[in-house]
Design a protein around this ligand. Structure first.
Ligand SMILES: *[C@@H]1O[C@H](CO)[C@@H](O)[C@H](O)[C@H]1NC(C)=O
Ligand SMILES: *[C@@H]1O[C@H](CO)[C@@H](O)[C@H](O)[C@H]1NC(C)=O
Ligand SMILES: *[C@@H]1O[C@H](CO)[C@@H](O)[C@H](O)[C@H]1NC(C)=O
Ligand SMILES: [Zn+2]
Length: 981
C-alpha cells in the first residue's frame, strides 16, 4: 500500500517537474504563496511580530515563518515569498545555526524568495525619495549580507499601497528590479484596462531618464492580492478544503475544479499571455502553513488533469520571466496611478494629509539622519579607529535608520494606522533621534577636541518651532554649533528663544558681530508651549554655514546695555500695507494677503490667501454611505468655507526679518515672513485644535488664488523629485467620470505644487515641509490641506476616526511652513529651495561661554570643494561592508527640461580630510555591484527599450575618479577611503 502510494505520487508529481516546458494554448497558472505583513497598522510592529494584542487582530509574524519553513522543506516544489525585512530580521536573529542553514538552502533552491526586500513596503504618497531609497537599501543590504547576491530580489511588490507614484517606479528601475506588481488601482482605470487586456504594461517612471526608467508593471487581477474567491486555505479562512478521499463523505473535487477553472480561464482572457498569477495568501496568513500547502497541493493535482491548464508553484520573478519569454511588445505608461478610488465617492486622498505631525516629524528626521551619518564618518578621523563607535558614538545611526525604515510603511507615514500605533512610530523615531543626538554630541566633541573625553555636554532643542527650549531659554549666554548637511555653503534664517529684552551680542567663529532682531514671542506661541514655557523673545539671525560642515556662534548677554526690541505694530486691517525688503514685497489689505512681488525679477502678482475648511461627510447621504476618514477625503460639499471670524493683523519689522502675524480665528493663525537676502515668502501656519464639539469633522486648507491663466493645469512633485502635470477632471489614460469635484482632483504634494502661466511667462511655486494633499480647483488657485479631524471611521479597516489630541488643549495643533516663490517660467530656483528645505541644519547647544574659548576646531567643512549647483549629495554613510569604505550617492537634481547639462565630478579629492582611493559602483539599493545587475528589458510598442544601468553610465575614469551625472540620474558608490594626515 505504502509503496503503491509512493509510486503514484511520483507519477503525480512528474508534470510539475516540467512546468517550464510550455504548451501552447495551455494557461499556465502561477500559484504564488505569500503573506502580507504590515509593519504596524492595527497593532504595533512588535505586537504583530509576536502575535500580541490578539483581541485587535489575530496576527503573529513569528509563527508564519516558523510554520512556512518546515512546509517548504517537505516538498521541493513548494514556494513562498517574503517581503518585509523589518519582520524577517526580527525572526532571523532568533534562529539557531541549523535553522539558518535550512533557510539558506531554501533560498538557494529558489523555494523561498525575497521579493521587494525593503525594510517595509513603503507608502508612495507621503514618502520622500531620500527616505524611500534609505529604507529599501536597509532591507536589501540585510538580504545581501545574510544570503549573498543570489538572493537579491528582482521584483517590486507593492500590493497594498493606496496609489502609485512615478518616482517609485523610477526608483524601482534604478534599484534593478525587472518588474513591479500592485493591487490597488482606481476602479475606473481597472475596468478600462481589464477590458483592453492592459493590466500589464511598461511603466516609464521618469521622462528625463526615459526608457531606462522603464519597468514592467502589472496590476493584479480584480485589484486583489488575495486568492480567488472560495480558495483561501488559511486556518482562519471559511472556504471548503479539497475533500478528495472517495471513502469519506462530501467529496467536492469535481465542483472545486470546475469553479477554479471557471475563474482562472476567465482571468486568462483578460491577459495577453498564457500566464496568470494567483496570489495565494493575504494579510498575516500562513500562521498555519500546512492547511495552505495541503490544499494547494491537491488543488493543483486535480486541476492539472484538465489539459487546458497547467498549475504550479511559482514566484513573481518566475512569473515575470514567463511574461518576458512571451516576447510581446507592451504599451508604455508615462503618468502615475494617483489618485486611487475604489468607488465613485471613495477617493483615497485624505491620507495625503492624515497625521500631519507624524508626517512632519518623519521629514524633519530625514535630514537629521543624514547629518548623523555624516558626522559618524567625519568623527572617526581623529580616532582613526572603529572603537569610536563604541566609545563615543554609542549605538550609531542605525537606530534611527531602522525607525525611519519602519516609519515609511504604508500604514505609518501614510497616517492610516490606529492612534496607539502612530504613538509607537513616534516613540521609535524619538529613540532613534536621541541615539543620533548622542552620536552627534560625541562626534562634535571628537572633532573639536580630539578623542579625549566628552567636554561639551551638547543639548538639542526639539521645540524651537514654538520658541521653547529649557536648555537655553533661561540662559543669559551660551554658544552653539550649527551643522549643515548640504554639500554647499548656505545662509539659513534661524530663531532662538531668549529671556531678556536687553542687549545681546551674537558673534560668529571669527569674532564678527552679526545682525540680530529681537521679536516678542506671540501669545499664540506662548499658549501652545504652555507649561514648558518659552523665551519671552525670539532672536532672529541668519547663519552662514559651511558646506557639509559646522560653525560656532556665541550669544552674549550684556546686562547694562539695552537694545531696541522690534515693536509690534497693530495694523488697521482696512488699510493696505506692504512689507518689503530688497528682495520681496508682500501686500495686505482687508487683513488679507493680496499681492506678492519678487523684486529681483520684477514679477508682481495679485495673490489672495486664506484658510478654508471642508466639512467632512459622515456618510449619511442617500446615494453614498462613504464618510471622510483616515484614508478617504469626502467633504459634504466640494466648496470650502472661509475661516475668518475674528481677525487681527500685526507687523514687526526687524533689520533682517520682517513679519506679519495674522489671526483668523482662535485656532487658525499664521506668520508671513520675508528675510534679508531671500527671494521667497515664508508662511508659518498654526492650525488647531480643530473644533469638533458640534459633531462636525473638518479638513483645513490654505488656499492661494492668483490671476494666472492656467487652463486647468497644475504641477505636483513625485516624492520630492520629478514634476507631474495634473489636469483638472482628467486622467491621461482613460475617460474619467469625475464624481468628486474636490477629492477626485487631489494629488500628493511631497515638496511642491506649481502653477505656470505661459502667456505671462510666470511660475508660482508653493513648497512645503512635509507631505500634504493639494490641488487646483480653479484656474490660478492652489490649495494644500494642512490638517484634518474626522469624527467617524471611513470603513477601510483602521476602525478609528482621525481625531488626534495634542499635548495641550483638546486636539492636535499643527505648526508647519509653506514657501512661495515667483519666477519666470524657465527659472529653476524651486530645485535649490527644495533642497534647502529638505536638508535642514542641526543645532547643538553648549552651556557656558568660557569653555568655548578653548582651542579646537569650531569651524569645519568636510569638503575640499563644494558640489556644482546641479548635484545633491544624497548619501554619505558608513558602508557596513568594511571599516574603510563609505557609501556615496550623488544626484543630479534637475529634469532634462530644466537643466540638461552633464556634470563631471571628481571623487578622489572631493573630501577635505580623506582621499577616495577606489570606488565600486552599486545599484541604487546599494546591495549589488552595478555590473552584476541585469534587468529584463521588455519590448515596448514605442520601439525603445531600457538598458542595464551599467550600459548607461560611464565607469569612473581618470586618476581622480571622475564620474558624469546627467539630469535626474542618481549614482551610488561604495568607496574605499584613506584619511589624510
Ligand atoms: C464563472 O465565473 C463567473 C465570473 O467570472 C461567475 O459569474 C460565474 O458564476 C461562474 N460560474 C461558476 C459555475 O462558477
Ligand atoms: C458617472 O458616475 C456616476 C456615479 O457613479 C453615475 O451615476 C453616472 O452614470 C456616471 N456617468 C457616466 C457617463 O458614466
Ligand atoms: C475626539 O477627541 C476628543 C478629544 O480627545 C474626544 O473628546 C472625542 O470624544 C473624540 N471624538 C471621537 C468621535 O472619537
Ligand atoms: Zn498593508
Amino acid at each position: 500500500m505504502n509503496h503503491i502510494f509512493f509510486i503514484l505520487s511520483i507519477i503525480l508529481l512528474l508534470p510539475q517537474l516540467f512546468v517550464w516546458a510550455y504548451k501552447d494554448d495551455t494557461v499556465n497558472i502561477h500559484f504564488v504563496p505569500h503573506t502580507h505583513d504590515d509593519v504596524g497598522w492595527l497593532k504595533t510592529v512588535d505586537q504583530y511580530y509576536y502575535g500580541a494584542n490578539e483581541s485587535i487582530q489575530v496576527a503573529g509574524v513569528q509563527y508564519i515563518l516558523d510554520s512556512v519553513i518546515p512546509e517548504l522543506m517537505l516538498d521541493s516544489n513548494r514556494h513562498f515569498i517574503y517581503v518585509e525585512m523589518a519582520f524577517f530580521m526580527r525572526w532571523w536573529r532568533r534562529q539557531d545555526d541549523t535553522m539558518r542553514e535550512n533557510v539558506k538552502k531554501l533560498v538557494r533552491m529558489g523555494q523561498l524568495e525575497f521579493i521587494n526586500g525593503g525594510w517595509c513596503m513603503n507608502d508612495e504618497a507621503g514618502t520622500h525619495y531620500n527616505a524611500i531609497i534609505d529604507q529599501m537599501s536597509l532591507g536589501l543590504r540585510f538580504i545581501r549580507d545574510e544570503f549573498g547576491d543570489h538572493a537579491r530580489p528582482t521584483v517590486a511588490w507593492h500590493i497594498d499601497p493606496f496609489g502609485h507614484s512615478s518616482e517609485q517606479a523610477s526608483i524601482h528601475a534604478m534599484i534593478g528590479f525587472s518588474s513591479f506588481y500592485f493591487a490597488r488601482i482606481d476602479y475606473q482605470d481597472y475596468k478600462t484596462r481589464e477590458k483592453a487586456q492592459e493590466l500589464q504594461m511598461v511603466w516609464q517612471g521618469s521622462q528625463t531618464l526615459g526608457a531606462n526608467s522603464n519597468i514592467f508593471t502589472g496590476a493584479l487581477y480584480h485589484t486583489s492580492y488575495g486568492p480567488p474567491s472560495t480558495f483561501c486555505y488559511d486556518i482562519r479562512c471559511k472556504d471548503p478544503p479539497i475533500q478528495d478521499d472517495p471513502d469519506l463523505f462530501d467529496n467536492n473535487v469535481e465542483e472545486r475544479v470546475k469553479t477554479f477553472l471557471n475563474y482562472t480561464l476567465e482571468q486568462a482572457k483578460h491577459h495577453r499571455t498564457n500566464d496568470i498569477m494567483l496570489t495565494m495568501g493575504s494579510d498575516f496568513q500562513y500562521m498555519s502553513a500546512k492547511s495552505w500547502y495541503t490544499n494547494m497541493d491537491k488543488l493543483m493535482k486535480y486541476v492539472n488533469k484538465d489539459s487546458r491548464v497547467n498549475a504550479f508553484y511559482s514566484t513573481p520573478s518566475k512569473f515575470t520571466k514567463a511574461l518576458y519569454d512571451a516576447n510581446l511588445k507592451w504599451k508604455v505608461k508615462t503618468d502615475d496611478f494617483f489618485p486611487y478610488a475604489d468607488c465613485p465617492s471613495c477617493f483615497w486622498t485624505g491620507y495625503f494629509t492624515s497625521r500631519p505631525a507624524l508626517k512632519g516629524y518623519v521629514r524633519e528626521l530625514n535630514s537629521f539622519l543624514q547629518s548623523c551619518r555624516h558626522l559618524e564618518i567625519f568623527a572617526t578621523r581623529p580616532v582613526k579607529s572603529e572603537k569610536f563607535r563604541e566609545s563615543v558614538v554609542g549605538q550609531g545611526s542605525h537606530v534611527l535608520e531602522e525607525a525611519m525604515g519602519v516609519a515609511q510603511h504604508h500604514d505609518a507615514v501614510s497616517g492610516t494606522e490606529k492612534q496607539h500605533v502612530a504613538n509607537d512610530y513616534a516613540l521609535r523615531l524619538h529613540i532613534g533621534q536621541n541615539s543620533c543626538q548622542n552620536l552627534i554630541k560625541g562626534a562634535l566633541n571628537t572633532l573639536i577636541n580630539g578623542p579625549s573625553t566628552i567636554v561639551f555636554d551638547f543639548k538639542f532643542c526639539e521645540y524651537l518651532n514654538i520658541s521653547s527650549c529649557v536648555h537655553i531659554q533661561d540662559s543669559a549666554s551660551y554658544w552653539f554649533i550649527v551643522y549643515n548637511p548640504m554639500a554647499r555653503s548656505r545662509k539659513v534664517p534661524l530663531r532662538l528663544p531668549v529671556k531678556e529684552n536687553s542687549s545681546y551680542t551674537l558673534t560668529d567663529v571669527k569674532g564678527n558681530t552679526l545682525d540680530i532682531d529681537l521679536f516678542p514671542v506671540s501669545s499664540i506661541t506662548k499658549s501652545i508651549a504652555g507649561t514648558s514655557g518659552t523665551g519671552k523673545y525670539e532672536l532672529n539671525f541668519i547663519a552662514d554655514l559651511p558646506a557639509l560642515g559646522y560653525t560656532r556662534y556665541e550669544l552674549k548677554y550684556n546686562k547694562n546695555k539695552s537694545r531696541k526690541i522690534s515693536k509690534i505694530h497693530k495694523l488697521n486691517s482696512a488699510k493696505s500695507f506692504t512689507m518689503k525688503n530688497n528682495k520681496m514685497a508682500v501686500t495686505f489689505s482687508d487683513g488679507k494677503l493680496t499681492a506678492v512681488s519678487d523684486l529681483t525679477n520684477g514679477i508682481s502678482l495679485e495673490m489672495n490667501q486664506g484658510y478654508f475648511e471642508y466639512n467632512s461627510s459622515v456618510g449619511n447621504e442617500k446615494h453614498s454611505h462613504q464618510a471622510s476618514g483616515a484614508y478617504i477625503f469626502r467633504p459634504n460639499s466640494s466648496t470650502p468655507i472661509l475661516i475668518s471670524s475674528t481677525q487681527t493683523i500685526q507687523n514687526i519689522n526687524g533689520k533682517i526679518v520682517k513679519e506679519v502675524r495674522q489671526t483668523f480665528s482662535n485656532w487658525v493663525s499664521q506668520v508671513v515672513r520675508i528675510f534679508e537676502g531671500k527671494d521667497y515668502v515664508e508662511f508659518e501656519y498654526t492650525i488647531g485644535p480643530i473644533p469638533f464639539k458640534d459633531g462636525q469633522g473638518r479638513e483645513i486648507i490654505s488656499r492661494f488664488c492668483t490671476p494666472l491663466q492656467t487652463h486647468g493645469v497644475w504641477y505636483t512633485d513625485a516624492n520630492g523629485r520629478s514634476m507631474q502635470k495634473r489636469v483638472r477632471n482628467f486622467r491621461p489614460t482613460w475617460p474619467l467620470n469625475q464624481t468628486e469635484p474636490a477629492a477626485g482632483n487631489y494629488y500628493p504634494v511631497n515638496s511642491r505644487i506649481a502653477l505656470v502661466d505661459e502667456s505671462k511667462g510666470i511660475q508660482f511655486v508653493l513648497l512645503n515641509d512635509r507631505s500634504q494633499g493639494g490641488t487646483s480647483l480653479k484656474d490660478g488657485c492652489i490649495e494644500l490641506m494642512v490638517h484634518r479631524r474626522t469624527l467617524v471611521d471611513d470603513k477601510r479597516g483602521v476602525g478609528e476616526p482621525i481625531n488626534e489630541t495634542g499635548q495641550f488643549g483638546d486636539g492636535l495643533i499643527i505648526r508647519g511652513k509653506h514657501y512661495v516663490i515667483l519666477k519666470h517660467v524657465k527659472d529653476i530656483r524651486h530645485r535649490s529651495l527644495g533642497e534647502e528645505i529638505m536638508m535642514s541644519p542641526t543645532t547643538a547647544f553648549s552651556g557656558s561661554i568660557e569653555k568655548s574659548s578653548r582651542l579646537g576646531m569650531f569651524n569645519f567643512t568636510g569638503l575640499a570643494m563644494e558640489l556644482p549647483y546641479q548635484i545633491h549629495l544624497l548619501t554619505l554613510s558608513h558602508d557596513n561592508a568594511s571599516a574603510n569604505t563609505i557609501l556615496l550617492r550623488f544626484e543630479h537634481m534637475f529634469e532634462e527640461t530644466e537643466n540638461n547639462s552633464t556634470v563631471t565630478l571628481s571623487l578622489a579629492n572631493l573630501f577635505k580630510y580623506f582621499t577616495i582611493t577606489s570606488v565600486v559602483e552599486l545599484g541604487l539599493g546599494a546591495n549589488a555591484k552595478l555590473s552584476d545587475i541585469s534587468r529584463l528589458h521588455f519590448a515596448t510598442n514605442n520601439g525603445v527599450e531600457s538598458k542595464d544601468w551599467s550600459q548607461v553610465y560611464d565607469p569612473p575614469f581618470g586618476d581622480d575618479l571622475s564620474i558624469k551625472l546627467g539630469p535626474m540620474q542618481i549614482r551610488t558608490f561604495s568607496a574605499v577611503y584613506e584619511w589624510k594626515d
